[in-house]
Design a protein around this ligand. Structure first.
Ligand SMILES: [Zn+2]
Length: 283
C-alpha cells in the first residue's frame, strides 16, 4: 500500500520528463493513444516470475523492459527474494548509471532507466522472525539462504531500509487524520526546488546525482557529524559506496528540513536507514 502511494508524493512531473516517459511507453507499444501524453509518474510492479528480458529489456527487436517503463517513476519488486538472482544482479548497473544498454548481435541500444526502486521482503521465509510473539520456527540456514538472495552490492544501492512492524488493530481502526499526500508533496517539491537552485550551473538536478567531487563541496560536515559517521562505519562495517549514499540521503533530509548545512541529526537519521547492513549482513 505504501509503495503504491509513493508516486503521489514524488515531485511534480516536468514537461520534458512527461515527453521522455511517453516516448518510452510508445516504443514499448504500451501507450494509450486515446490519452496521449503521460502526465503521471509511472508505477510498475513486475511479478517475480517475469523473465529477465521483460524486466531489463531486450528481445529480437530490443524493447524497453520494466526498468525503463518505470523511468522517472517507481519500480516495485514485491517479495524481492522470490526474483531470480540473475535478474536482480543485472539491476545493479542501471541503479548506478540510470540507463540500460541492451546488446544484440546486430546493434546496441541504450534506454533510460532512472527509477526509484522499492523492494519488499519478509525477515525470514515464514515472515515472523523478530516479531514480539516469537512465532518463527525457521532454521538459521533457511533464514540465511532467504536473505542471501539479496547480495551485499545490491543492498548497498538501496538507500533506505525500513522495518515495518505488524500494524495494531487500534491503529488501523483509528480515525486520526494523517498528513495528506498533497501536503507531503509540497515539502518534496520545496526540497526539489532547493536542489535545482543549488545545482543550476552544474547540469544535474538532484542530490542523488552528486559525484564524489561535488559531494565534497555540497555535503560538508561539522566535526560532530564526522565523528558520528566514523563511529557508524566502524560499528556497521559499511562499504565505500554506502558512505556516499548516506551523505546524499543526509543532504536530502537537510533540504526537507530547509537547513542549509547538513547537521548531526540529519546524518544520524540517514545512518539509521541502513538497518539491514547491521542486522543481517554483518555477523
Ligand atoms: Zn520464520
Amino acid at each position: 500500500m505504501l509503495s503504491e502511494r509513493l508516486t503521489t508524493i514524488l515531485p511534480d512531473l516536468t514537461f520534458n520528463e512527461a515527453l521522455e516517459i511517453t516516448k518510452i511507453h510508445s516504443i514499448a507499444g504500451e501507450l494509450d493513444t486515446q490519452k496521449g501524453l503521460i502526465t503521471k509518474r509511472p508505477f510498475r510492479r513486475p511479478h517475480h516470475t517475469s523473465s529477465p528480458v521483460s524486466i531489463i529489456g531486450g528481445g529480437r527487436i530490443p524493447k524497453p523492459g520494466e526498468i525503463s517503463l518505470a523511468h522517472y517513476g517507481v519500480l516495485f519488486l514485491d517479495e524481492i527474494p522470490e526474483f531470480k538472482k540473475s535478474t536482480l544482479e543485472v539491476l545493479r548497473g542501471p541503479l548506478e548509471d540510470r540507463e540500460v544498454t541492451i546488446s544484440r548481435i546486430s546493434s546496441t541500444l541504450t534506454y533510460p532507466a532512472n527509477f526509484v526502486l522499492i523492494a519488499s521482503m519478509n525477515p525470514c521465509p515464514c515472515g515472523y522472525y523478530g516479531t514480539d510473539d516469537n512465532k518463527c520456527h525457521c532454521s538459521e540456514q533457511a533464514i540465511s539462504r532467504y536473505i542471501g538472495q539479496i547480495s551485499g552490492p545490491l543492498l548497498d544501492r538501496i538507500d533506505l531500509h525500513i522495518e515495518v512492524k505488524p500494524v495494531e488493530y487500534k491503529k488501523i481502526s483509528s480515525d486520526e487524520q494523517c498528513e495528506s499526500s498533497k501536503e507531503i508533496r509540497k515539502r518534496v517539491n520545496n526540497a526539489r526546488k532547493i536542489q535545482l537552485q543549488r545545482y543550476k550551473d552544474l547540469n544535474i538536478y538532484s542530490n542523488s546525482e552528486l559525484t564524489p567531487d561535488l559531494m565534497g563541496k555540497f555535503c560538508k560536515l561539522d566535526t560532530g557529524s564526522k565523528e558520528l559517521l566514523k563511529n557508524a562505519f566502524e560499528r556497521l562495517g559499511l562499504s565505500g559506496r554506502a558512505y556516499g549514499r548516506i551523505l546524499k540521503v543526509a543532504r536530502t533530509i537537510a533540504d526537507l528540513d530547509n537547513s542549509e548545512n547538513i547537521q548531526k541529526m540529519h546524518i544520524a537519521e540517514a545512518i539509521q536507514y541502513r538497518s539491514l547492513d547491521r542486522k543481517y549482513w554483518k555477523h
